[in-house]
Write a protein that binds this ligand. Structure first.
Ligand SMILES: Nc1ncnc2c1ncn2[C@@H]1O[C@H](COP(=O)(O)OP(=O)(O)O)[C@@H](O)[C@H]1O
Ligand SMILES: [Mg+2]
Length: 257
């Protein structure tokens, strides 16, 4: 358990100390003490009040669009607030309900699922891909259905180093199919449901976004192949050997720290 103390948590917590739950590509994710909500903080977004307000308004607008894209069944609520950190800078915070009993798709052991469970997951994912594709055709963008995890801010910085570029490209183009997503989580309530938990905008220039989303669109074809693989039986042949090396099984926890 890693505890973080920062005045930025003041609107949500008496002693300004929250436990770190996980980390992604750009965000540190904390738990409220009652375990009902997660608090998402991007340390690089601190600035003046008007800058933070602009970020928050943009993030909210994008989150609304992605929620409309995937529909109520595959999304969760997002709330945005501004708070002053211990360093005096103002940060936009994203608040979401904490999803208990939920696991990122990356943590699923697909070989251990029943045929019915695989079918349910494949059906929901193909609906999500279909909606993302329709949204791309209408708007030129789509939600990030993939994502990565980082055990700490230091690891996140290391992953961004130029020397890591080949590994990042390999991971982006080949390894991280929708079945290995960190941004989609499987929720087990009355019925299994796949939901998007990451609604971040792409914070790059127009030209980068154009290329990025065009590549993402092509990679949807790769994901359709991954779904076909899932429907065929999660890569387990009659002798129990795995057929697909890329779509490996994993039981790792969402936060490796
Ligand atoms: N609402 C949530 N409930 C439970 N776990 C969450 C929630 N939101 C995020 N997480 C965990 O935190 C990780 C990183 O969150 P994410 O928003 O994707 O960060 P980033 O924007 O950096 O990619 C997720 O992969 C997941 O394990
Ligand atoms: Mg993410």
């Amino acid at each position: 358990m890693t505890l973080h103390v920062d005045d930025v948590f003041a609107p949500l917590d008496h002693d300004h100390i929250l436990e770190r739950l996980a980390g992604g590509n750009e965000t540190e994710v904390y738990w409220t003490d009652d375990r009902r909500y997660v608090v998402k903080l991007k340390y690089d977004l601190g600035g003046s009040r008007s800058q933070a307000l602009q970020w928050a308004q943009w993030m909210r607008a994008v989150a609304d669009r992605y929620t409309a894209c995937l529909g109520e069944r595959h999304t969760i609520p997002n709330y945005f607030i501004l708070a002053r950190g211990s360093d005096g800078r103002i940060y936009p915070l994203t608040i979401q309900p904490f999803l208990p009993d939920a696991r990122p798709l990356d943590a699923l052991d697909y070989r251990a699922l029943t045929p019915e469970q695989r079918t349910t997951i494949a059906l929901q994912l193909s609906e999500i891909l279909r909606r993302a594709h329709a949204f791309y055709r209408a708007t030129g963008s789509m939600p990030d259905l993939y994502g990565r995890s980082a055990s700490s801010s230091d690891e996140r910085e290391r992953m961004k180093a130029l020397t890591q570029l080949p590994q990042r490209l390999w991971s982006f183009l080949v390894e991280r199919t929708v079945l290995r997503s960190h941004n989609l989580m499987l929720v087990h309530n009355s019925e299994p449901r796949i939901v998007l938990i990451d609604y971040d905008p792409v914070r790059r220039g127009r030209f980068y976004r154009l290329i990025y989303f065009a590549v993402r669109r092509i990679l949807l074809l790769r994901d359709l192949a991954a779904l076909a693989w899932l429907r065929r039986g999660a890569g387990v042949d009659r002798e129990g050997r795995t057929r697909s090396p890329t779509l490996r099984a994993s039981t790792s926890s969402p936060d490796p720290s």
